[in-house]
Design a protein around this ligand. Sequence first.
Ligand code: SAH
Length: 217
Amino acid sequence: MAEPAADVERMEFQLALRRRGISDQAVLRAMDEVPREHFVAADYVEAAYADQALPIACGQTISQPYVVAYMTEQLEVRPQHRVLEIGTGSGYQAAVLSRIAREVVSIERYRTLADAARDRLKTLGYANVTVVSGDGFAGAPDSAPFDRIMVTAAAEQVPDALVAQLAAGGKMILPLGPRKGPQYIVKLTKKPNGELLQEELIAVRFVPLLPGQAREL
Ligand code: SAH
């Protein structure tokens, strides 16, 4: 096991998030509790607490801490919520969500990443996260509806199956936009009558949400 990050480094990490406008105490606490150094590739442990995205296996990335905190804050996750995440990657975002929500289901299209994230989350004791190897475009119909849905790869359009699996009154957050063009974090709210409200938030850069389960491992 790696040594826990030095206190100074963690304090600076919290300060940087606050300086950038993260103010929800539950989110700040979750960001403090999850040891990011266990989720990055061994070669990048030194940079674990820097505010940048880092490469992980299968050509994917672990998102930048600010974006993780921002999306979590904007999703307005509460302790009673069941959350669906699309794009497990390293499992870091799922771990952060699991510190606030009752339950997290996370789907990843690369079996290698899903297996590694499942092991990592189990070892670290995140017992309320279920990692599924599958296609996020299909969501998890057997576990639906979800109070909150977070997609952590950029889609060109909002996937219909995910909207269908969102509870009435639920919220979904996702990066939306073309692979090479401008992408924005979009927040959707499903009103009790089923109507969808859509808000455009900050500009971002995410890896693409790709159709189907990865054929390579
Ligand atoms: N949330 C991750 C970062 C994910 S990067 C973390 O905290 O580390 C985006 C991830 O979405 C990648 O691992 C990619 O393989 C996955 N992905 C892309 N399209 C997908 C799909 N259709 N279904 C499930 N996962 C998908």
